[in-house]
Design a protein around this ligand. Structure first.
Ligand code: HEC
Length: 112
């Protein structure tokens, strides 16, 4: 890891830690809990509903922040606000661990 990346990772940990729940995140539990997300976000975290974003490969920090924002009302969406209301801190940690652990690859389009 180069200097910038390790400093960035350290900074991210400092930012992310206060938002982390006490319970350790469990990828397997997250996979099991993600069943209710798949109709829109896809079984592999690549969205199947046209208005839903991909979750696969997103950072734990981002996923946690967004789910807590939906749950807390700072971010609003007809469906996600209701879904997030039913999630505990542990659920959010597990779900974030699962979706962030999915590996995604990107292929850039050929542009002349
Ligand atoms: C009925 C469809 C539906 C289901 C089921 C659903 N979502 Fe969503 N989700 C959406 C849509 C649509 C958005 C985009 C919201 C917006 O436009 O602000 C979204 C946004 C999100 C975001 C923010 C992503 C970003 O890029 O900002 C997260 C995180 C998320 N959903 C997680 C989940 C999780 C975890 C579950 C299961 C517990 C779940 N969703 C279930 C439709 C759904």
């Amino acid at each position: 890891m180069n200097g910038f990346a390790s400093r960035a990772a350290a900074a991210l940990m400092v930012v992310a830690c206060p938002a982390m729940p006490a319970a350790a995140a469990d990828v397997a539990a997250g996979k099991a809990k993600a069943g209710e997300c798949t109709p829109c976000h896809g079984a592999n975290g690549l969205a199947v509903a046209p208005d839903a974003p991909n979750l696969a490969g997103d950072s734990v920090y981002y996923l946690t922040a967004q789910l807590k924002a939906f749950r807390g009302g700072e971010r609003k969406h007809e469906q996600m606000s209701i879904i997030a209301k039913g999630l505990t801190d542990e659920d959010i940690a597990d779900l974030a661990a699962w979706f962030s652990a999915i590996t995604v690859t990107a292929t850039l389009p050929k542009v002349e």
